[in-house]
Design a protein around this ligand. Structure first.
Ligand code: ADP
Ligand code: MG
Length: 818
């Protein structure tokens, strides 16, 4: 060895972990470095190495005087140098292997940063990770060094408070440092186990490790160990049962006496093994994570360095810095997400010039006057927002949120009318065929108020007196016959049809538009980013309006649909009644059924939602069939029941829905998976089984199926044995009618991602970010906007790492960053 690199490297790694505050060694780094370099320089014989060594200014770095950023860079340079040297040493010792050299190189952790290894290398480049171990990590989604850096524990055990043995409390998680007095194999409950007695100056305590006889050999008398675990009472005396333990040595603790990470495991990965491996790995690799955030942003937002955040997220020094680490990593996720969606929006709006509409006031006024009601203030406000957008050269990109029944369709219809008045076509897409039909019926009804019906056939209606040409609306659905379908497609392609109503799939696949000017997408939460851009490719960069009745809190909407502008109809038309909601105890089931009988006797209709079955759709369908049988024969033999589940064909489902809507059925029994987004004003009762197992938003969606007419409506919730969270949800849904308020509560109750799986929306995963973390989300968004203001094309040198990171997070998007 020409250099003893290990001690310096360890110190610098520690300095890095502590955040470059010159606290890695007592008395400051400068003093340590002078000593170390003074000794090291004597051992260097190679003149080239000596030259490089001097360039590092190790003898007199004036570390204390450097800024944090300078310190960081300097440390990185030196670590790089050391890594290269160590790499060279390993190669040398490999070249002429002796028993001793082999042992040395495998013990000192040298083989790491040989030149070609990068953060994107497979994890087998990491010391201690064999290919079989790598396969196991692969099962957890960890393939590269970067994956492993971001392989965060799901939580930490707080073993940081040390106690003396006399202070131990039964039932608590405690940590002690003690001497081993004796350890021996013993039998506990018929299993070979280990029993030990350890002591400190205040007393002794017994420890047992069930099922682990091997420890008896490892634990020798007079060893000093740290023990962390729960204290229980046995025969009136304290005992630790299978606690974590480790030797007191000249190194940082890993399993005890600190915040101890709990990593996700899989078969063949043991927690102690993973912890040890992660500790070594993080110590050696974390500093290599390149920080892609611009320094002044980090400063402004008071964020930790990336590598420090990574280290601290794994092995935090205390709770405070652990939180700061999470904040930094969560900020990264939200910031990159915002940059991505914002730049998509810019892209979409700037690369394509849209079709600015003229607002034909006469046409619009005639339409609005023809309505049997006045628009609510909220509808008027939103319509105005739409009209402003539609007149712009840039295509509109707007999300319209509004509770079920808030009147989104009319507003969308007014916008579609403007498209037609300007000679463009409009597409209106629904999530299901039955909803498409419902829209078609609504639109035709609305139009018959303004114009004179010219043509009415199945799937097509046409009105004169609305525009200068006959205003024509077509419905395109699956079970339309082929000849008719081809004819409609042909008339759409020729531009003869103004508005096309259908499902998402149909409009995306089967139609050639003549001049698509506006696309309205109903129930947007099923309509991901990718589908939206697919649609945009298809037409002539149409204005896009997406609508949803799923109340999404504003912050969440900005995260998931940050590329959209947001409009909200936050008011229901007058005269709507709140749905009376009641959580019933199991013993009240019979009275619920009696209530249903009375409502049906009064001419009303009822929905019953079957219990949520976690297993496959097939099992769910079977359960629904059984419940339907039970209800039909045992509970309501005198009533007319229908059944709806996910295993039925679209035609079967349609038939049942239609019968229910036309009043041929009294009760519709349905699995939760089936969309019951149908408008049946006569339905006044919604009964939900095992209601405690649904999320608040979903319960609210179910409840929205009733209360659409003038009659008082009811929602009854049954729950067998609700958990604590289940109870909270039931309490909330009973009390709160407002969907947005409920959604905010739901966000608080549920973790990130769960509320609204980000995966299905085609957006990057959020692992550290909590969507309830509103302030951080707003910060990330405003920083993203700021960044685009100062550097619209992200072309500045200081943003090059960021651009790289963006390209990684948002791959294959037309290469705008690569
Ligand atoms: P959404 O799609 O938002 O759930 P719809 O557009 O289907 O709601 O409207 C629900 C019902 O309310 C429809 O029957 C519609 O005609 C009616 N409606 C819409 N706006 C008003 C209003 N301003 N006043 C009274 N009724 C309205
Ligand atoms: Mg609707």
């Amino acid at each position: 060895m020409s250099l003893n690199t290990e001690s310096l490297r360890k110190i610098l790694e520690l300095e890095h972990r502590k955040g470059y505050v010159d606290s890695a060694v007592f008395g400051g780094l400068d003093k340590f470095l002078r000593n170390w370099a003074g000794r090291a320089v004597e051992s260097i014989t190679d003149p080239q190495l000596l030259n490089r060594f001097h360039k590092l200014h190790l003898v007199n770095p004036n570390y204390a005087l450097l800024t944090k950023q300078q310190r960081k860079e300097w440390v990185k340079t030196v670590l790089n140098f050391l890594a290269e040297e160590e790499g060279r040493e390993t190669k040398k010792s490999r070249a002429k292997p002796t028993a001793v050299a082999n042992k040395l190189s495998s013990r000192s952790r040298v083989s790491r940063t040989v030149v070609n290894q990068s953060i994107d290398s497979p994890i087998t480049v990491i010391k201690g990770i064999s290919s079989s171990l790598a396969t196991k990590f692969g099962k957890l989604g960890v393939k590269t060094v970067r994956d492993l850096l971001y392989f965060f524990p799901h939580r930490h055990l707080d073993y940081s408070q040390r106690k003396s043995i006399s202070q131990l409390t039964e039932g608590e998680e405690e940590t002690i440092i003690a001497n081993v007095w004796q350890a021996q194999e013993t039998r506990l409950g018929g299993r070979r186990s280990t029993e030990a007695v350890v002591g400190d100056e205040t007393g002794n305590v017994r420890i047992v490790w069930f099922n682990n006889p091997y420890l008896a050999k490892k634990l020798k008398a007079n060893m000093r160990i740290v023990v962390s675990g729960r204290v229980s009472l046995f025969n009136g005396r304290h005992v630790f049962q299978s606690p974590e333990w480790e030797l007191v040595e000249d190194r940082e603790l890993i399993h005890t006496g600190r915040l101890v990470p709990l990593y996700p495991l899989t078969q063949g990965l043991r927690s102690r093994q993973v912890r040890k491996l992660m500790k070594d790995f993080i110590d050696q690799w974390a500093w290599q994570a390149e920080d892609f955030l611009p320094p002044e942003l980090k400063e402004r937002c008071d964020l930790l360095e990336l590598s420090q955040a990574i280290s601290q997220a794994h092995y935090p020094e205390d709770e405070t810095i652990k939180d700061r680490a999470r904040v930094r990593l969560a900020f990264d996720e939200l910031f990159l997400l915002q940059l991505g969606v914002l730049s998509k929006k810019r892209d979409w709006q700037e690369s394509q010039s849209g079709n600015p509409f003229n607002i034909k006031a006469l046409v619009l006024d005639a339409f609005l006057k023809s309505l049997p009601f006045e628009l609510t203030a909220a509808q008027q406000k939103v319509l105005k927002e739409l009209l402003v957008d539609l007149q712009k050269l840039q295509p509109m990109s707007r999300l319209l949120q509004g509770e079920v029944g808030s009147g989104k369709t009319v507003v969308a219809m007014a916008a579609l009318l403007m498209a037609a008045a300007n000679g463009y076509q409009g597409a209106f897409m629904a999530p299901t065929e039955i909803l498409a039909e419902q829209h078609f019926a609504t639109v035709c009804r609305l139009l018959s108020g303004v114009g004179h019906q010219e043509e009415e056939e199945d799937y097509l209606c046409s009105y004169s007196g609305v525009l200068s040409h006959p205003f024509t609306v077509a419905l395109l659905i699956g079970d339309i016959n082929q000849v008719r379908k081809r004819e409609l497609q042909q008339r759409i392609a020729s531009g003869e049809i103004d508005i096309i109503i259908g499902t998402h799939a149909l409009i995306q696949k089967d139609i050639e538009f003549n001049r698509l000017g506006l696309a309205v997408v109903d129930e947007q939460h099923r309509f991901g980013v990718t589908q939206r851009s697919a649609l945009r490719q298809k037409g002539f960069s149409p204005h896009v309006l997406v609508m949803t009745a799923t109340p999404i809190p504003r912050t969440l909407a900005l995260t998931l649909y940050g590329d959209l502008d947001l409009s909200v109809i936050d008011q229901l038309p007058p005269g709507r009644q709140a749905v009376k909601t009641k959580w019933l105890k199991p013993v009240q089931r019979e009275s619920a059924y009696a209530f249903i009988r009375r409502q049906v006797a009064g001419g009303r209709q009822v929905f019953i939602i079957c219990p949520l079955v976690e297993e496959s759709e097939a099992i769910q369908a079977r359960a629904a069939v059984a419940e339907y049988e039970r209800l039909s024969h045992e509970v309501f033999p005198e009533l007319r029941l229908g059944l709806l589940h996910g295993r039925m064909s679209a035609a079967e489902k349609d038939r049942v829905m239609r019968r229910f809507r036309s009043g041929e059925l009294d009760i519709l029994v349905s699995t939760p998976v089936v969309e019951v987004g149908i408008d049946v004003p006569n339905a006044t009762v919604m009964l939900i089984e095992s209601a405690d197992r649904f999320g608040l938003s979903q319960l609210h969606q179910f409840r929205g199926r009733v209360g659409r007419g003038t009659e008082q409506s009811y929602c009854m919730l049954l729950a067998q044995n609700p958990s604590e969270v289940g109870r909270q949800r039931l309490d909330l849904i009973e009390k709160i009618q407002d969907g947005f308020e409920l959604a905010e509560e739901d966000l608080k109750l549920r973790g990130p991602g769960e509320f609204f799986g980000t995966r299905q929306s085609g957006l990057p995963d959020l692992r550290m970010a909590k969507l309830s973390d509103i302030a951080l989300l707003e910060l990330a968004r405003s920083e993203a906007i700021k960044l685009f203001e100062v550097d619209p094309g992200l072309e500045k040198f200081e943003h090059s790492l960021l651009v790289k990171e963006l390209a990684r997070i948002w791959p294959a998007e037309g290469g705008e960053w690569s």
